[in-house]
Write a protein that binds this ligand. Structure first.
Ligand code: 4AD
Ligand code: MG
Length: 479
């Protein structure tokens, strides 16, 4: 290597003094056998490279198709054209690898999201996906930074577990037993004692239970890792493999938990507003173009960046489940039987249509719902004095529905034991979790933020499959 290669992001903000520079990247477009728009992923913007075609061999120029990888050296000069401040006058050109226009799937035209999902290994070369994934990366960084600045320790929960933290039975089994002739017990059941771990194991649905153990010693911890759910949900909000951030704090009650969640979400959105401006502007424009094709009534009232600012600048509305049920019962869509799931009684589980009504039509801002009926929530949530509600909280976002689920945890051994027994869970399976209530128990709380739902909101994308690099959903694990 003779000269250090620059990133296009660096070059675009470098004053042009005709200095010689080297860059690598992929061709976005090649116009008039003269102008190469080159991109290297460092920014949404391309750098224009101007070729004097008389200087180069015709066969070489023929290889400069969309998608080809090039190394270019030349002089950085003030741009003659509009739309960019600098450009490169090409002196040397090397083709790392061409891309045959007959077979390269990503041509410079609009492709459908469905088509691009089938090309997940190449879709990242489009402006939309590169912008989304840069924002995703920035959000991940902002999350670690937030917790790091606020006295939390990053805790790594195990991926393989023997427990079902959410008690929903939606787990992927982990086994090395032969599926055709597994060892059997006397009663004809599969004998997991002979399995790799000597017991039934699965991929984790949540790192919460283990995070509680760590919070009860380190004070404030958070997980940020992959979680797995074998729920057969073919929606634009569900993945079988998704990333979750789960803070867990000793000595926090539910209001303190809500304060943290709200501050945390606002802070990471501020981070991308400050650091991902160009990508967000691109995504905002993309959304505006898409909206133009929709009927006026379905168009969103706010542009993407205004929507992000709105979340940062306004307090989340805190509403109890009981108040929410009253609002929903009396709402126009409920009375006109427009909800798929009609609300008539206290105790009903809220579906995403109800959550979105509350957020988008009624309150018109993010909402924190709390104190849910014990019956529709997980076993570990703290029972209220009324004996029928638990200290749960869900945060609901416009366009998304539930983005956070959390609670104050049941710290009283006897109450927890009763709840476990009532749900027919074997106490022995949770012996270590119960130990946390036997030794130095204390009020504690936490929540889980679905990372892809946050990225969905932040980028204005319409489907969760388009904000994770290689989505896993029912019947789909290509790549
Ligand atoms: O509400 P959930 O199930 O809560 C828990 O797992 C708790 N153990 C968290 C805790 O208190 N530490 O999941 C938390 C969040 C949801 O609000 C949602 O944003 C996301 O995880 N989520 C999913 N995201 C994508 N695909 C799925 N199938 C998801 N299921 C949950
Ligand atoms: Mg939930």
């Amino acid at each position: 290597m003779n000269m250090q290669a620059f990133s296009i992001k660096q070059l675009l903000s470098t004053p042009p003094t005709s200095q010689e520079v080297v860059i690598n990247g992929w061709v976005k477009a090649f116009r008039s056998n003269r102008f190469i728009a080159l991109n290297d992923g460092s920014t949404i913007n391309n750098i224009q490279c101007v070729v004097d075609f008389e200087q180069f061999d015709e066969n070489l120029l023929k290889q400069i198709n969309t998608g080809a990888a090039l190394k270019i050296s030349g002089h950085l000069v003030e741009s003659q054209g509009r739309g960019q401040s600098v450009e490169i006058q090409v002196k040397d050109l090397f083709v790392h690898g061409g891309a045959n226009p007959e077979t390269y799937p990503i041509q410079p035209k609009k492709h459908s999201m469905e088509f691009l999902r089938e090309q997940a290994h190449l879709r990242i070369r489009t402006n939309t996906f590169s912008a989304v994934m840069r924002v995703r990366s920035a959000l991940a960084f902002a999350i670690h930074q937030y917790f790091n600045h606020n006295g939390f320790y990053y805790f790594h929960a195990p991926i393989i577990t023997g427990s079902d933290a959410e008690g929903a039975g939606e787990m992927f089994r982990v086994t090395t037993l032969d599926p055709v002739t597994p060892p059997l017990t006397d009663t004809g059941k599969i004998n997991y004692k002979e399995d790799f771990f000597g017991k039934e194991t699965n991929l984790t649905v949540s790192g919460q239970l283990e995070a509680e153990a760590y919070a009860m010693a380190l004070g404030k911890v958070y997980t940020f890792g992959p979680t797995f759910r074998a729920e057969n949900s073919n929606t634009s909000r569900h993945l079988a493999e998704f990333w979750m951030i789960e803070p867990e704090m000793a000595f926090y009650d539910l209001p303190a938990n809500m304060d943290l969640a709200e501050d945390f979400i606002k802070s990471v959105i501020v981070y991308i507003l400050e650091h991902c401006r160009e990508d967000l502007e691109f995504l905002q424009q993309r959304l505006l173009d898409e909206e133009k094709t929709k009927p006026t009534a379905e168009r969103s009232e706010m542009a993407l960046i205004d929507k992000l600012r709105f979340v940062v600048d306004n307090q989340f509305k805190r509403v109890s489940y009981t108040e929410a049920i009253d609002i929903l019962r009396d709402s126009a869509p409920n009375k006109k039987k427009k909800f798929q799931f009609h609300i008539d009684e206290w105790g009903a589980d809220l579906q995403s249509e109800h959550e979105r009504f509350l957020v988008e039509k009624h309150f018109k801002c993010p909402v924190i719902l709390f104190d849910y009926p014990a019956k529709i929530k997980a076993f570990y949530m703290r029972l209220n004095e009324d004996g029928k509600t638990v200290r749960a909280m869900d945060i609901l976002f416009p366009g998304i529905g539930e983005i956070v689920g959390g609670s104050q945890r049941e710290e009283r051994l006897e109450v927890l034991k009763e709840k476990i027994a009532a749900l027919d869970i074997d106490e022995k399976e949770l012996w270590w979790y119960l130990d946390l209530r036997k030794f130095g128990t204390a009020v504690h709380s936490g929540f889980g933020l679905g990372f892809e739902r946050l990225v969905l909101f932040a980028t204005g994308m319409g489907n969760i499959r388009d904000v994770i690099p290689f989505p896993r959903t029912p019947q789909n694990a290509e790549f």
